[in-house]
Write a protein that binds this ligand. Structure first.
Ligand SMILES: [Zn+2]
Length: 256
């Protein structure tokens, strides 16, 4: 069996501002033999970056065999329409909900499901094998039908976690930063992931490995350049605040 190779196409970050969320998800590329799988497609604001990242791997969107969507939040799936030839894999519960999302759910809009419904949609659930060495893991809580992807990469199982484990801080908190569906489900999903793997590709952070309690980042930029123009004095200053920890946000829980 060929070993799976995992690369990051666009790195995820937990960026927020007092004017809105940057919503940058991790979009990964799994290669097994000549098969290619993209996990999450990211927000429209990063469409050109995603395209260029594929190009740098000598790929075009049309050449990608499979796209797995961890969940139907805008910042993870807005570029799915780029992949016209790909099988699009989503959990049935996630699809059901996203076809008729709660009006108060600001991260999930019906048009996202409309796009996917017009593509080569396939519903997947716990234990489904995408190809040899790539398996679906159910990790609900952040959303109703969230999934993660377990990849056998050499001697290790790597978990492409999505927002069930969005950042390294989730390890300590035991919860993702945002819970949109159910807090207890989200907690159980974190426990399940930590029990099954030591290497994580989080939804909004760089990939890391757990060595005991210690978090060791594997790769990705640790500096980000924010560019703003003061031409015409439209914006006079930017402030950048780095938090030691983020509180868990459960204000938008939709279950009920
Ligand atoms: Zn999300």
């Amino acid at each position: 069996m060929a070993d799976a190779n995992i690369e990051v196409l666009t790195y995820g970050f937990s960026f927020n501002s007092d004017q809105g969320s940057f919503g940058m998800s991790t979009n990964s590329l799994i290669t097994v033999g000549n098969q290619t799988i993209v996990v999450d497609t990211g927000p429209a604001s990063r469409r050109a970056w995603l395209y260029r990242a594929l190009e740098s791997k000598n790929l075009t969107p049309d050449g990608v065999d499979v796209v797995i969507l961890t969940h139907m939040h805008w910042d993870h799936c807005q570029n799915t329409d780029m992949f016209r030839n790909s099988r699009i894999l989503v959990h049935p519960t996630e699809m059901d909900y996203s076809r008729n999302p709660n009006r108060s759910d600001f991260a999930c809009a019906k048009y996202l499901a409309d796009v996917v419904d017009n593509m080569k949609l396939e519903l997947v659930s716990e234990g489904d094998k995408v190809i040899d060495g790539v398996t679906i893991v159910e990790t609900p809580g952040h959303t109703k039908g969230h999934i993660s992807v377990a990849v056998n990469a050499g001697s290790e199982t790597v978990l492409i976690a999505g927002d069930a484990l969005p950042d390294s801080g989730t390890v300590k908190r035991g919860l993702p930063t945002n819970v949109f569906w159910d807090v207890e489900d989200a907690r159980s999903s974190v426990e399940k992931m930590l029990a099954s793997s030591k290497v994580f590709y989080p939804g909004h952070d760089r990939p890391f490995k757990l060595e005991g309690e210690t978090i060791e980042y594997l790769h990705g930029p640790n500096n980000i350049e924010v560019i703003n123009s003061t031409e015409g004095l439209g914006t006079t200053s930017l402030t950048f605040t780095v938090l030691d920890a983020r509180p868990v946000n459960i204000n938008m829980v939709q279950k009920g």
